[in-house]
Design a protein around this ligand. Structure first.
Ligand code: 2RA
Length: 362
């Protein structure tokens, strides 16, 4: 039953939009349910949808047990907003079907991000874009882009961004549960050993099964994320470039990016070299970052204070530290940023977009 048909035995939720969470049992889906339980409740019914093998499971959301239903066209009956966290090919098939049934789809896959008829939205940066959705679909950016773009959006609004040079330090949960299981398994194999002192010793210890990664990730860094694209670039690197351009409305922004996987469970980090239209001051940048919504400036190296994934994990903001003016270019800043790739990098931004859409139902 949708909120529009509800009879009122719902704790005052009558008349509010009905939400579907598609992919509710996955790693990001689980965080979506936590966020729905933590945020101000703007929803009527919340329907949990997953693959048929998960149907019938019960998951907690807003303090209630809700039964998961199988993905089908009927599952979208009466749904106003649907948050999708499913593989690209599943989203490509089902998001248009849900939209055709009247739902506004907020999709966290890569299927629609660069579609010119699908806005790519970060509520702190380009909230206005959410209303221009001719396909009834709004896309959520990739977690690596999202881990830096709120801070960059704030600096761009003041200084006018002209170039980005970025390196990522990506957590294994970006590669899903398999990524986390792989790191934990490899860590258990190398813990308490003297490994990491001879070529190939870590590789021999962890064996040939390196999970979703091309190389061992324990006691290592792996300069690769995603799949191979033209001229040696990775899909992840192309996403950071293309998505940053689209979100910031800078289609020709020069972006150089190298994506690297590190033995961190959750929270992506990036070093950023950002060049602007004119001279910038560290003090000016610090003032912007200290007051930007969704950003925490944590930057006092003299006191040993800068963000790290171990402290940023499980939190919502983009953490920024190591703010410096480039030594050889008075128009450029150097930053280190951290953001939880499962929260702001996925579930939180998706939920924030869905809440922007929900406000249209007011
Ligand atoms: C990763 N950004 O970290 C990807 C996941 N979308 O692998």
């Amino acid at each position: 039953m949708s909120a529009r048909q509800d009879t009122g035995r719902d704790g005052g939720r009558t008349g509010r939009p009905t939400l579907a969470v598609v992919g509710a049992t996955g790693a990001v889906g689980s965080v979506m349910l936590q966020i729905l339980s933590q945020h101000a409740d703007v929803w009527g019914d919340i329907r949990l949808i997953a693959s048929p093998r998960s149907a019938g499971r019960k998951l907690a959301v807003r303090g209630e047990e809700v039964e998961v239903v199988a993905l089908s066209e009927e599952a979208f009956d009466g749904v106003d907003v649907a948050m999708f966290d499913v593989p690209d090919e599943v989203a490509a098939q089902w998001a248009p079907l849900a939209a055709a049934k009247g739902a506004v789809v907020v999709d966290n896959s890569g299927a629609f991000r660069m579609d010119p008829d699908v806005p790519l939205v970060v509520p702190e940066v380009n909230p206005h874009a959410v209303r221009m959705r001719p396909r009834g679909i709004v896309a959520n950016p990739n977690c690596t882009t999202l881990s830096m773009i709120v801070a960059l959006g704030a600096l761009h609004a003041e200084f006018g961004l002209r170039e980005l040079v970025v390196s990522s330090y990506q957590a294994v949960s970006g590669a899903g549960r398999d990524g986390v299981d792989t790191l934990r398994r490899q860590l258990s194999l190398v813990a308490g050993t003297e490994l990491g002192t001879h070529p190939g010793d870590v590789r021999r210890a962890v064996g040939d099964d390196t999970g979703p990664f091309p190389e061992p990730v324990a006691l290592n860094v792996v300069p690769w994320a995603g799949s191979l694209r033209e001229d040696g670039w990775s899909s992840e690197e192309m996403k950071v470039r293309d998505e940053s351009r689209k979100i910031l409305g800078l289609p020709n922004l020069p972006v150089a990016v190298t994506c690297v996987r590190v033995p961190v469970v959750t929270t992506h980090s990036l070093t950023v070299h950002a060049r602007f239209e004119g001279e910038v001051s560290v003090q000016g940048a610090r003032e912007i970052l200290a007051t930007a919504p969704g950003v925490v400036l944590f930057d006092n190296p003299a006191a040993g204070e800068f963000p790290t994934p171990a402290d940023a994990v499980g939190t919502d903001p983009t953490w920024v530290g190591r703010v410096r003016r480039a030594l050889d270019d008075p128009t450029a800043l150097e930053l280190f940023v951290c953001g939880d790739n499962l929260r702001k990098g996925a579930a939180l931004n998706t939920a924030q977009i869905a809440e922007l859409v929900a406000a249209e139902f007011g």
